[in-house]
Design a protein around this ligand. Structure first.
Ligand SMILES: NC(=O)c1ccc[n+]([C@@H]2O[C@H](COP(=O)([O-])OP(=O)(O)OC[C@H]3O[C@@H](n4cnc5c(N)ncnc54)[C@H](OP(=O)(O)O)[C@@H]3O)[C@@H](O)[C@H]2O)c1
Length: 217
C-alpha cells in the first residue's frame, strides 16, 4: 500500500520518506521544484488548488494507505509584537499550514477511501490553546487551526473508516527547528511512524507528540 508525504524533499518529510523506504514501503513524496532523486515524486505547492487537481489526476485513483500532511512554514519565527507579524506572513502561513492541509485531504479523499487509508496531520504543540507562552502568533494560530481541522475531519471521516491523527513531531533539528532543537530527525521520525501505526478508527482525532504523550488542546 502506498504512503504519500507532502513536503518530502527536506526536513521531517524527508526523514519520514527515507525511513519508510528503508522499511520497503512504497512512498510518493511531493516537492516543489525538481525531484531530488529518481524515486516517486509528484509536484505540489500545497497553496495551489490546480496543483492538487493535477496531483489527483496523476495518481489516477491509486489507493493510499497513509497521507502525511507535513508541508509547513513558520514565517514569524523570532518576530516581535511591536513591529512584526505582517499581514502577508499571516496569509502565507494560513495558505500553507491550514488551507494547504485541507486541499490535500480533499483532493486525495477518493484515494484514501479506496484503501480505508489514514491521515496524519503534522501540527505542533505550539498550536495548543492550553499552553500559551506568547509570541509566534501566526505560527501558533495556524497550527491551532490545523488541529481544529484534523479534529473535525476525524468526525466527518469516521463513517468511512478513515482515521485522522494530529501530531507534534517534537522540537526537531531541521531548517525550521534549527540546530539548537531538542531531538534529531531519526528520533522524531521513528516516533511519528510508531504513532501512525497506532492510528485507527478507535484512536481517531487524537493530538499526540512523537513519543506518544497526549498534547493538550
Ligand atoms: N522542526 C520542528 O521542530 C517542528 C516542530 C513542530 C512542528 N513542525 C512541523 O513539521 C512539519 C515539517 O517541518 P520541518 O521542520 O521539516 O520544516 P522544514 O525543514 O522547513 O521543511 C518544510 C517542508 O515543507 C515544504 N513546504 C513549505 N511550503 C510549501 C508549500 N507551499 N507547498 C509544498 N511544500 C511546502 C518544504 O518544501 P520546500 O523545500 O519546497 O520549501 C519542506 O519540504 C511542518 O508542518 C512544521 O510546522 C516542525
Amino acid at each position: 500500500m502506498t504512503i504519500l508525504i507532502t513536503g518530502a524533499a527536506r526536513g521531517i518529510g524527508r526523514g519520514l520518506r527515507d525511513a519508510y523506504l528503508a522499511q520497503g514501503q512504497e512512498v510518493i513524496g511531493t516537492c516543489r521544484g525538481p525531484a531530488p532523486d529518481h524515486g516517486a515524486w509528484l509536484s505540489l505547492d500545497v497553496r495551489d488548488p490546480a496543483a492538487h487537481r493535477e496531483m489527483a489526476l496523476a495518481l489516477g485513483g491509486q489507493p493510499l494507505s497513509l497521507l502525511v500532511c507535513n508541508a509547513g512554514i513558520y514565517p514569524d519565527k523570532g518576530q516581535r509584537l511591536g513591529d512584526g507579524f505582517a499581514a502577508t506572513d499571516w496569509a502565507d502561513a494560513f495558505a500553507v499550514n491550514v488551507t494547504g492541509v485541507f486541499l490535500t485531504v480533499q483532493a486525495l479523499l477518493p484515494n484514501l477511501r479506496a484503501a480505508r487509508g489514514r491521515i496524519a496531520i503534522i501540527a505542533s504543540a505550539m498550536g495548543s490553546d492550553t499552553r500559551a507562552p506568547g509570541g509566534s502568533y501566526i505560527y501558533r494560530a495556524s497550527k491551532a487551526a490545523a488541529l481544529n481541522l484534523g479534529r473535525n475531519l476525524a468526525t466527518d471521516l469516521k463513517p468511512d473508516g478513515i482515521a485522522v491523527g494530529i501530531y507534534h513531531p517534537g522540537w526537531v533539528r531541521t531548517d525550521m527547528g534549527g540546530a539548537a532543537a531538542e531531538i534529531d530527525l531519526e528520533t522524531a521520525t521513528a516516533g511519528l511512524i510508531a504513532r501512525f501505526e497506532e492510528l485507527a478508527p478507535d484512536t481517531t482525532g487524537r493530538f499526540l507528540a512523537y513519543d506518544g504523550t497526549p498534547v493538550p488542546f
